[in-house]
Design a protein around this ligand. Structure first.
Ligand code: SF4
Length: 273
């Protein structure tokens, strides 16, 4: 090959499970949800579950993945994607069912369903996108908003007296007996992206192995609603969001253990026959 020749070699391609037919691109510049999209596509390819995966999408910016992922799916009423995924799994136990939702879908209007799937250990996977506010509807305060964060409904900053403290869903999930895997990750650096991909894969694997419910919380930047440039929003994730919501694997078990106490089992109004 002569001097100065350019070698063109594709080193990375689009995951099979990602489809781009719905372009133009729907995410804002600097939005991290598009990285989650890619990570999901890569994991679905790696586990070879494209024909078995069923995505239950909630209301919010992530709902666009309904057409961005080349898997079967349902677009659910607001807050109900968790319950729908649990229901689909009961009807189709061989399917790999996962739901994707944001701060409102999983921590506010849909919080009750989250508690119930964890309590029942429904073997589904939840991908929770935490961007500290309501993205699609214009940046209102969310249960996960940082204290002091200026939102369209807390223009002076989130005030604990009127709107409470940030909700830590992963920490709550880790205390629930029915959860098999709980992890909080981010995608704001290449290294963190790889960890997020690994966490999603582990969560799906827990479901495939029939262990129980799995949750991956992913910290995401929302530059327009934070009033920051994409670059500044990336730094905000590193410097502030992770400060409130530390990254890590909160729970990872291969079996959910429990016992039935015979003495308790003798108590109750219904007598043994
Ligand atoms: S509003 Fe926020 S979450 Fe929604 S697409 Fe834009 S950056 Fe992403």
């Amino acid at each position: 090959m002569g001097e100065g020749a350019v070698i063109k070699q594709q080193v990375v391609g689009k995951p099979k499970a990602v489809q781009l037919d719905f372009m133009p691109f729907k995410f804002c510049p600097g939005c991290h949800e598009s990285l989650v999209w890619r990570a999901l596509g890569e994991v679905i390819d790696e586990l070879d579950i494209q024909g078995k995966a069923i995505a239950c999408l909630d209301i919010g910016c992530s709902g666009v993945l309904m057409v961005g992922l080349a898997v079967d799916g349902l677009h659910c009423l607001h807050g109900r994607s968790t319950a729908v995924a649990a229901g689909v799994k009961r009807v189709l136990p061989q399917a790999i069912c996962f739901n994707i939702g944001g701060d409102g879908s999983l921590c506010a209007i849909g919080a009750g369903h989250m508690v119930n799937v964890m309590m029942r250990s429904d073997p589904i996977t939840t991908i929770f996108l935490n961007n500290s506010g309501y993205g699609m509807t214009g940046g209102q305060v969310a249960p996960t908003s940082l204290i002091g964060l200026r939102t369209t409904t807390t223009p002076e900053g989130r005030d604990v007296q009127s709107t409470g403290f940030p909700l830590h869903l992963s920490e709550i999930a880790a205390t629930m007996l029915g959860t098999a895997y709980v992890s909080r990750v981010s995608v704001h650096t290449p290294a963190n992206y790889q960890k997020a991909r690994k966490a999603i894969k582990t969560a799906f694997q827990k479901q495939m192995d029939g262990v129980g419910y799995s949750l991956v919380e992913i910290l995401c930047a929302c530059p327009p609603n934070w009033g920051l440039s994409p670059l500044a929003a990336n730094s905000f994730v590193e410097e502030k969001l992770i400060g409130e919501f530390p990254l890590g694997e909160f729970k990872n078990v291969d079996k959910i253990e429990y016992t039935v106490d015979p003495e308790i089992n003798r108590v109750g109004r219904v007598k043994r026959g």
